[in-house]
Design a protein around this ligand. Structure first.
Ligand code: PRT
Ligand code: MG
Length: 214
């Protein structure tokens, strides 16, 4: 049995065509089903539906052989025990620094001010500001980061941006690009050896499908 860990929403939706190319069709949609284990047309392949941030953990411990996870999630997880053989180039977005409209970010940085930074991505944020030589106080949040500057919790946030609609709706502006983010195929290291003959064709098909999109 091959177990593939996916999260609901954009990752599931954007992984579907890659699965289809490998001849794998889920028997249910996770949005309409409450099941956490979803069968497929192939007797030897099943999907498990977990939180996006939990995908690397299931793969790390071998509860799933394969998974799809955002690079943001992998950076914060650390990537122990998983191979990241393939950038699937799906669920693309950017990790950005954003501030409330009117906040003089560049001025604050130039004056050497200490910045209060609210984010879910503490490791990425720490590394980014250390690289710029900017001193920060990190405030860890688990969601709705956009609120923090509006209520005086933080000077800026580090968050993912795709359309920019959420920033705009909350009177925030992106002031710095931290890095591009896309989702990766991840593979349990032991499974890649023990189930090589089953896993490698799936990995190869995913790779060919991604390459054909260019
Ligand atoms: O939503 P939930 O709390 O259940 O979990 P999650 O946010 O971890 O999962 P999900 O499915 O939302 O995100 C899974 C992965 O998709 C992330 O790990 C990213 O790699 C990737 N991704 C791509 C995004 C976005 N685009 C994105 N725009 N993840 C989150 N967002 C959020 C962002 O944090 C912000 O709140 O969407 C908002 C901004 O979107 P725009 O379009 O308004 O700019
Ligand atoms: Mg989300």
């Amino acid at each position: 049995m091959i177990t593939i860990a996916l999260s609901k929403g954009r990752i599931f939706e954007e992984t579907l065509p890659l699965l289809a190319a490998a001849g794998i069709v889920p028997s249910e949609a996770p949005e309409s089903s409450r099941k956490l284990i979803i069968g497929t047309n192939r007797d030897d392949v099943r999907l498990i539906i977990v939180r996006a941030t939990d995908v690397p953990t299931y793969v790390q411990y071998g509860a799933a052989d394969l998974g799809v996870a955002g690079k943001d999630v992998l950076l914060e997880h650390g990537g122990a025990g998983v191979y990241q053989p393939l950038d699937l180039e799906i669920a693309k977005c950017s990790l950005m620094v954003a501030v409330q409209q009117g906040f003089d970010y560049l001025g604050a940085v130039q004056q050497g001010a200490r910045l209060r930074v609210a984010t879910k991505y503490t490791d990425c944020a720490r590394e980014h500001f250390a690289g710029k030589g900017v001193h920060i106080d990190l405030i860890k949040l688990y969601g709705s980061m956009e609120l923090a500057p509006l209520v005086g919790l933080a000077d800026c946030i580090v968050d993912l941006v795709s359309t920019g609609g959420t920033l705009k709706a909350n009177n925030l502006v992106a002031v710095e690009h931290v890095r591009d983010i896309s989702s990766r195929l991840i593979v349990n290291q032991a499974a890649l050896k023990l189930k090589h003959d089953q896993l490698q064709p799936i990995i190869d098909t995913f790779a060919a499908t991604v390459a054909a999109r260019h």
